[in-house]
Design a protein around this ligand. Structure first.
Ligand SMILES: [Fe+2]
Length: 166
């Protein structure tokens, strides 16, 4: 349930960022409707996670272990990481994007029982948003723009609509 809450919140904030970045009268309306829907999903998972973890320290420990050991940003596994990395690096670009992610996702997750010191998800997102390891050890390259560009936003919109990424 914590995993679901993290992913629903990440999706919600991703659509919210896209809504603001798109600045398109029709598209922004559509994205706003999706944001409302995702908000309901995120709230559902968060409330159930809070109930379950309030009742059980074992559940808290198990959830902490699963997130720390296995959590990757939503979409990874289903899509090549170059695509999901680009998506994250565009929607949560640079230090400002990471700060928004931390404030809108991680900060809320820290309110769950046993998660007061959660920092894994912001760290994983910032690793993608700020820098990723290049193919050669020590070769660090920037994969995303510092601030979303129109070109970047168009790529994200194509990705979101299922049109192949290139
Ligand atoms: Fe959802």
């Amino acid at each position: 349930m914590v995993w679901g809450a993290i992913n629903e919140m990440t999706t919600l904030q991703g659509y919210r960022r896209l809504e603001h970045a798109a600045r398109h009268p029709l598209l922004s309306k559509l994205l706003h409707a999706i944001v409302r829907e995702e908000s309901a999903h995120a709230n559902f998972y968060f409330q159930i996670a809070r109930l379950r973890m309030t009742r059980s320290e074992f559940a808290q420990g198990l959830a902490r272990f699963a997130v720390k050991r296995f959590w990757t940003p939503v979409g990874q596994g289903a899509k090549p990481s170059v695509e999901t990395d680009y998506l994250i690096a565009t929607l949560f670009a640079g230090r400002e994007g990471v700060a928004v992610f931390d404030r809108t996702v991680s900060h809320k997750i820290r309110r769950l029982p046993g998660f007061a010191f959660e920092k894994t998800i912001t760290e994983r997102v910032s690793r993608i948003s700020l820098m990723v390891e290049g193919p050669v050890a020590g070769d660090r390259r920037r994969i995303g723009p510092k601030t979303p560009t129109r070109h970047g936003i168009n790529k994200v919109l194509r990705y979101a609509s299922g049109i192949p990424f290139n």
